[in-house]
Design a protein around this ligand. Sequence first.
Ligand code: KG4
Ligand code: ZN
Length: 349
Amino acid sequence: ILGIETSCDDTAAAVLRGGRLASSVIASPRVHAGVGGVVPELASRAHQRLIVPTVEAALEAAGVTRDALDAVAVTYGPGLAGSLLVGLSFGKALAFGLDVPLVGVNHLDGHIYSVFVTEEDATQDGSAARVPPFPYLCLTVSGGHTQRVRVDEGFQHTVLGTTRDDAAGEAFDKVAKMLGLGYPGGTVEDKLAREGDPAAHTWPDPRLDRRKYPDEPYGFSFSGLKTAVLYHLRGLADAERDAAMQGQPLADLCASCQQTVVDALVGAIRDAVAATGIRAVAIVGGVSANSRLRADAQTAADADGFDLFVPRITYSIDNAAMIAGTGHFQLAAGHTSPLDLTAVPNLKV
Ligand code: KG4
Ligand code: ZN
């Protein structure tokens, strides 16, 4: 099965053989570094440039030719319309040309599945790959999404809560933009934060106040963090602001913002484990690459006695291995898509 992912700015392709990952290629166009965010038109043009070489690279790395493919799995939403269309049109044409089934995959289902990605050579010693049992709690944290879901047998899932505004990754990206750091912000802040003091500043808690939102016990609001940092910087005189945006003060800003997000996410996981009694937790999506989140979530898992599952970093960020894997699963369940499948930018989980 060939998997294709073009929902945001990265062009990705992967090949799954017998349910195991044979290759996974991610091409990051690096057209957004100086912009501080994704520009849809730049992203879709980059996908057009990269889709053929990326798919060819994935086939070559897996040592297969197009004719060997049994199905094409492709992300059809959610994401940027122009970006989705490039991958989807390519996937449809390929499936049609090869006369194999097309499997449309929800990007969010892909992230939820990502903890099941098993590389071909990972299990050569005969040991079973470590995957969560059903049901598990899944925290999807990326540049576009923040949600907690309960995942039951057959990847049936129920949404427990989401964010009212910005996604967790957006909190990183928007703060990074204000601080003059590159895009994506999370990676840069993660690195700078290692030298900073997480307690240097106190920022608003992104978890929704239960007294104000009794119907959304699992909700978040990340926009207050960005606004608080903005007002903090605005409140400084020019020289002070320049000083705050470099060296130790910059590291302190990154570390304290990161800790605010991480505390909210880890606290939210602990609450969900306590409330549901489910003792298997996955954290997926680009923000699950964050080193502090991984470390603090593991500490919480050890303290509270739940099992934590986090994908390898290449499967945390957007990738096609998770799309091919979800496609494999859907195909096995008899779910294929018609060739007139359209891109659905606001597709929900
Ligand atoms: O899953 P993903 O690649 O794309 C979406 O589906 O949105 O997630 C991208 C997001 C960006 O907001 C980026 O800043 C964030 O993941 N991210 C991180 C880290 N690496 C990527 N956030 C915090 N720490 C990281 N190490
Ligand atoms: Zn994603």
